[in-house]
Write a protein of this length. Structure first.
Length: 219
């Protein structure tokens, strides 16, 4: 099932869109099924779960941290994480830089923008992103590289609202690139809304249930 779902999804995605298979709560066997079908990029939302999977699974897997980040746990993934999606403060960037330096690495990051109308969503305001990305403080962090933006839309079936949220982030992305940023990744869209996200400029989608089926929640 997983291999068939994955092939179906890969055939639907444009060539310029990167697929992150969201494997949070999924067992290693399920991840290996996707791996054997050709998938190499997997997303997790808990650092310690991701670190355990990294230790046990093939080393050519690229692990993306897609959940809200706790600064005190960055050290557990700094030696292997490929991309951190949800960076929403300068303090977090400083901690990532510190831990990356200890591991003699440069860690790629996405700044998380707050585009959803829901108050529960994390993220920086557009003005905060504008200020941060041009700040002297950021330029002093040599062991991180901001390669783009990430946004999570409102959990709604209102297509007009979703389109508005996605397009607003694409506009910010384009504006930053017209100034002095060199961003190449816009991470928007999940299982329920990724086609609309792609229509509105997404270059990276995070898809779990459409690949692995319903999520296994760990109590």
């Amino acid at each position: 099932m997983i291999a068939n779902n994955l092939r179906h999804l890969q055939n639907k995605l444009p060539k310029h869109v990167t697929l992150v298979a969201v494997s949070k709560t999924k067992p290693n066997a399920a991840i290996l099924d996707a791996y054997n079908a050709g998938q190499r990029i997997f997303g997790e939302n808990k650092i310690q779960e991701m670190a355990a999977k990294h230790a046990e699974l093939p080393k050519d897997i690229q692990w993306h941290m897609i959940g809200h980040l706790q600064r005190n746990k960055v050290k557990y993934m700094a030696h292997f994480v490929e991309l951190i999606h949800g960076v929403d403060s300068f303090k977090t960037l400083k901690e990532i830089d510190k831990q990356a330096k200890k591991n003699q690495r440069v860690i790629k990051c996405l700044l998380q923008a707050r585009i959803a109308k829901e108050e529960t969503k994390f993220g920086l305001s557009f003005s905060d992103i504008n200020q941060l990305i041009t700040s002297e403080e950021l330029s002093e962090l040599k062991n991180i590289k901001i390669i783009g933006l990430m946004g999570m839309a409102t959990f709604t079936e209102d297509q007009a609202q979703l389109k508005e949220e996605f397009s607003s982030l694409k506009e910010l992305f384009d504006t930053l690139n017209k100034t002095n940023a060199s961003l190449d990744t816009l991470s928007m869209g999940m299982s329920g809304d990724y086609p609309l996200a792609i229509e509105n400029g997404s270059t990276m989608v995070r898809v779990g249930s459409a690949i692995f089926g319903a999520r296994n929640y760990i109590v």
